[in-house]
Design a protein around this ligand. Structure first.
Ligand SMILES: [Zn+2]
Length: 274
């Protein structure tokens, strides 16, 4: 269990002189004074075990959290069997490499609805996630799997769906992407975000509030929901940070803004003064 909120960039910081992940983490910790980083496996899991071991070795005596974002290609409602099997493999590989890196949490986008009903997709997602988790448990890979709240209404991942998966499967908790929630429910009021935290607490108790995996950025209200820099968006990020403080949330906030580390530093500085 973690004792506070950590802050980090999604992937190697843009300002890092060296672009490999090991040096990106070192730079994040030593130069930016951030205390977390999300491994971006979004376009594939290509990390070698040796690279993962080096990360684990580097962070072992530091107050630093590693998470990952699994590939965007995962779709547990894939209509083709090979795509479904590949989806399970990608989630498994993401979890394994993150665990070998000393990481604790894996965020992923569970599925598209396609022509299926949300109930059908829920069952399929649950079955596949269970299968992956059982394999991880068999191999003593102890890590939290996090279906993420999704922006588009044709993607599986509303707040209830990710909460229900957490209730149904051990080792599953939601990844809360505040920008996606703002987009999906078309609401950026502080009352809305308060209701989200209250809903998490009433369904999942302190377990979720003590173990948050949060994505934060602004978001464009176009058909794609492109991420934006916080200060150029309508995200009430300061209010959200105040809410997280009020609810005594612990865990990690990953900046997914286009300026990546800059917003992570901005949020950390603001939060520490609250
Ligand atoms: Zn995501």
């Amino acid at each position: 269990m973690v004792e506070k909120l950590y802050f980090g960039p999604a992937g190697v910081p843009l300002s890092s002189p060296k672009k490999d992940i090991y040096n990106g983490i070192k730079y994040t910790y030593e130069e930016l004074k951030l205390n977390g980083l999300e491994l971006e496996f979004t376009y594939g899991v290509r990390m070698k075990d040796e690279a993962a071991n080096n990360i684990k070795e580097y962070i072992k005596d530091k107050d630093f959290i590693i998470t990952c974002h699994a590939p965007y290609f995962i779709n547990f409602n894939a209509q083709e069997k090979t795509k479904l099997e590949n989806s399970k493999k990608m989630l498994y590989e993401s979890a394994k490499k993150t665990y070998l890196s000393g990481g604790i949490s894996v965020a992923f986008h569970p599925a598209w609805y396609h022509k299926n009903s949300p109930e059908e997709v829920y069952k399929k997602a649950r079955e596949s996630i269970r299968e992956v988790i059982n394999k991880l448990i068999d191999e003593n890979i102890n890590i939290v799997i996090r279906p993420e709240t999704m922006e588009l209404k044709n993607k599986f991942g509303d707040i209830d769906e990710v909460i229900n998966l957490s209730l149904d499967i051990d080792n599953v908790l939601p990844a809360i992407d505040f920008a996606h929630l703002r987009y999906r429910y078309n609401d950026n009021s502080i009352e809305f975000f308060r209701k989200i935290l209250e809903k998490l607490e009433s369904n999942l108790g302190r377990e979720i509030l003590d173990n948050m995996h949060i994505h934060m950025s602004g978001i464009t209200l176009d058909s794609k929901g492109t991420h934006k820099i916080l200060e150029e968006s309508d995200m009430p990020w300061r209010d959200i940070l105040r809410l997280l403080k009020e609810f005594n949330c612990k865990g990690i906030i990953i900046s997914e803004s286009p300026n990546v580390e800059e917003d992570a530093v901005r949020m950390k500085n603001y939060f520490e003064k609250l």
